[in-house]
Design a protein around this ligand. Sequence first.
Ligand SMILES: [Zn+2]
Length: 272
Amino acid sequence: MIQFKQAGICVFQSALYQTTSTVIDTPDLVLVVDPNWLPHEVQEIVCYVDSIKGTRPVYLLFTHSDYDHIIGWKAFPDAITIASEAFVQNPAKDKEVEQIISFDDKHYIKRNYPIEYPDIQIVIRQDEDFLSFEHTRIRFWLAPGHNADGLFALLEPYGVWIAGDYLSDVEFPFIYHSLEDYQMTLEKASNIAGKARPKVLVPGHGQICQNIPEMGKRIIFSQQYLQAILRHAKGEEVFDETALLVQYDFPKGLRSIHQDNLNLIIKSISKS
Ligand SMILES: [Zn+2]
């Protein structure tokens, strides 16, 4: 379904985990981000892109390599792909593909395109790398922390900030990779919100956000969550898990992720 649409931007939302897929069209190009999850949902995005693209090239951006975000790659076989260098160097490509195959197998899902780990044509290597077109510029920042290969993208002059699996309103930070990296990525988020003043923030899961104070709140919430869970892991303070989970519509699934976050942090403290 379509969660949000206005001139030049259409945000699709999957029935699963409220995962977003974004399509942005500018005079130069059509940019598709993380097309996902179910076959008919991916097909809806393919049809939409076909209906608007005309003669413009289609670019396909992957915000990170978690399997739900790469599941629709081959539905856009002619698109020019973009992702971070760490995405290209992901040592567990097979694992991501295996997760897609297991998911489809478990749910008896057939797709009319092959499942493969994306080949990337445009590799983003550092913060402030950008792609420039006559009317469009796409700026990038490396955004590790949630996983190792995240990427923020800001479409200028449209002010659309694609955040990947950060700054969601339906889940707290999921730390699959590194607390420190996550904190640094939130610093970058804070700079982007403060300096570039985006008009629309699109998280990987949940609702878009159209105002800076709300973006700021999401950033601060994430920072406070990370600080609180770190203090808890160090034994300095007790984390109020009930108060955290009561804020969410889907607390059952989130409880174990919070526990995983805590385990990851305890492990990293014991190593240092
Ligand atoms: Zn995700």
